[in-house]
Design a protein around this ligand. Structure first.
Ligand SMILES: [Zn+2]
Ligand SMILES: [Zn+2]
Length: 371
């Protein structure tokens, strides 16, 4: 499958058009023409090698929505023309404990789960290329149905921002009448506010940006606490049953732990780099757990798509053409995004034959043992 994508060949470079061949579709796989792809903060981190694990070339994108163009032998859940999605993973061993429990993101297979881009682990050197591209081939088990009620562009952010915040709500058992704190109201946080309301929880949004207040209330948050407002922070002390911390960069947890009720969990999903040291006494004296959570399994991703359809939960998006993606990265870094950019692939599709694209090696299949 001939594909044009956008990606980088080194950390300091802008994203440029790249041309490559996807491996041919095999039995059990689905070939997808990509129509939309969300722009996640992780894409920026990965393209700039902020985590030190980027394999070049890097074609980001793990909020992929498209149409099925062909299915391989034995595919039962999809047919040509279906509107489908692909999230953060494209493969896993399908046989270990976590895989059997639907937690493919914690696969214990020899190479663990294969991510949609920057996939297989070093040192084998192989790579996967993501959804900033015109097409992708994925095994059936990692393809999702996009409910008809959801606009395809709006479906894209649910595949990472949605599942990443929904999973800890389920795992930590958020209940009706409880109070959920959401720290950081960007791509992930604005989904968490809406999803939290669908559980019947009271939602308190924690932000550093006073200017976002009216937007946040419109999303359905019951309260907004601006973290620089000492009085408001004091009033919110020990008020939360669960916090989902979506802030995507290092920040001071000392400001957030005192907001937790005793015996509750503050779950980090945004920042994976490091935290400045924080005061353990704040955890110990109230038995507050600081935890973390990584995306979510395939079945739960389908569940959150269906829940968004059912409850009218929609990401707030701004559609862009793929050649605007480098400036979108810049705006994301300056926090000038309300709340998610989604690439509309129609532009690239229409000029596919005229794009001056650098040819790169085909991506790996992202294979794991047993497949
Ligand atoms: Zn993401
Ligand atoms: Zn596994």
């Amino acid at each position: 499958m001939h594909v044009i994508g956008y990606g980088t060949t080194e950390a300091s470079a802008e994203l440029v058009p790249l041309s490559f061949e996807r491996p041919d579709m095999r039995a059990g796989e689905v070939e997808i023409e990509i129509t939309h792809c969300g722009v996640c903060h992780s894409d920026l981190h990965q393209a700039r090698d902020d985590w030190g694990n980027t394999v070049w070339p890097c074609v980001p994108g793990h909020e992929v929505v498209g149409l099925v163009t062909r299915v391989g032998d034995g595919v039962t859940k999809f047919k040509e023309g279906d509107r489908v999605g692909v999230g953060c993973m494209v493969n896993s061993c399908q046989a270990c404990g976590p895989c059997e429990q639907g937690d493919e993101q914690y696969c214990e297979g020899p190479k663990s789960a294969t991510l949609t881009y920057n996939g297989p682990k070093k040192p084998d050197g192989s790579n996967t290329y993501g959804g900033y591209s015109t097409g992708i081939v994925v095994r059936e088990e990692f393809v999702l149905h996009i409910p008809e009620a959801i606009d395809p562009a709006e479906a894209a952010p649910i595949l990472c921002a949605g599942i990443t915040t929904y999973n800890p709500m389920k795992h930590f058992g958020l209940k009706e009448g409880q109070t959920l704190g959401v720290a950081g109201i960007g791509g992930l946080g604005h989904m968490a506010v809406q999803l939290g309301k669908s559980f019947g929880a009271k939602v308190v949004a924690l932000t550093t940006t006073e200017a976002k207040r009216s937007d946040i209330l419109e999303l359905g948050a019951d309260e907004v606490v601006v973290m620089s407002d000492e009085e408001a922070v004091k009033n919110a002390a020990q008020s939360l049953d669960l916090m989902i911390d979506t802030i995507p960069y290092p920040h001071d947890l000392n400001d957030y732990i005192p907001l937790m009720k005793p015996n509750t969990t503050l779950c980090v999903v945004g920042n994976i780099i490091e935290f400045p040291s924080f005061d353990p006494a704040q955890m110990i004296f109230n038995r507050v757990a600081v935890s973390g959570s990584l995306i979510g399994g395939v079945a739960m991703t389908q569940e959150v798509l269906d829940r968004c359809a059912e409850h009218g939960i929609r990401p707030l998006i701004e559609k862009i053409d793929i050649d605007e993606v480098s400036s979108a990265f810049g705006r994301m870094q300056e926090e000038d995004v309300r709340f998610r950019h989604v690439i509309d692939m129609a532009g690239l599709k229409s000029r596919m034959n005229d794009v001056d694209a650098k040819k790169i090696d085909p991506p790996a299949r992202g294979e794991v043992v047993g497949r």
